[in-house]
Design a protein around this ligand. Sequence first.
Ligand code: BTN
Length: 264
Amino acid sequence: MLDQALLEARLPIGELGRPLYFFRSIGSTNARALELVETGSPHGTLVVAEEQTAGRGRAGRRWFTPSNAAIALSLILRWGLAGSEAPGALSVLGALGVVEAAEGIGIAARIKWPNDVLTGGRKVAGVLVEAQWHGPALSSAVIGIGINVRPASVPPAEELDYAAGCLDDAAGRSVDANEFLVEVVRSMDRWSARLGTAQILQAWEVRLAFKGERVSVAEGEARTVGRLIGLDEKGNLILEAAGGGRVVIGPLAADLRPIDSRMD
Ligand code: BTN
């Protein structure tokens, strides 16, 4: 499904996508990218795989990446991260990349805060940021993105924690995975220069799923229910609680569900 030579010919875009490490099968592209961070691989390094045998999801979950059906990619970022950028704010780069690539081929996509990509209410992509700290500041980050392309990439029902789908089903045809990956990188390159700006927040907010609807957000043991209002200037989620007060929720451990279609 993925073509290494073609990707090498199309990348990098701006600062992202070189060097490119391409694997038909690997344990986890994030794990490989973290090793590459340790050995000094530069900003923009991209690790791509068609199959992961030990793909990592958020909150310690497994991420399903069967061969020939999905895209797994991990991007190393090293620039300008000192100071305010938190991993939660970085992860939107990945979600926006997938959403804009989907929009480019006519698929309407939304971001289930903080960073799951939904089409037709089903999750088609997830983002896992693993960051390295230098004292209080981020020194580098790996943004890992898993994208379900073909129907075979949709995990078996017993492994699902949220309804899942794939790009082919959303598009009603076979999506060109190479082209899609290139467009994800293009979008990430564009937005990476605008991290922490009002523009990226706005791009994120206009694509938020369940805006104005009642949702439930779990953070560890705590669960907050309210109407989804939008984002604050740091990308935290703002809910309106039953009494009318506002609740602000940070993205790190959060798990958002619409009230009417909770699977738990
Ligand atoms: C989630 O749980 O929604 C996040 C899933 C992130 C999966 C991607 S696939 C590429 C990268 N390598 C990994 O092991 N995980 C991330």
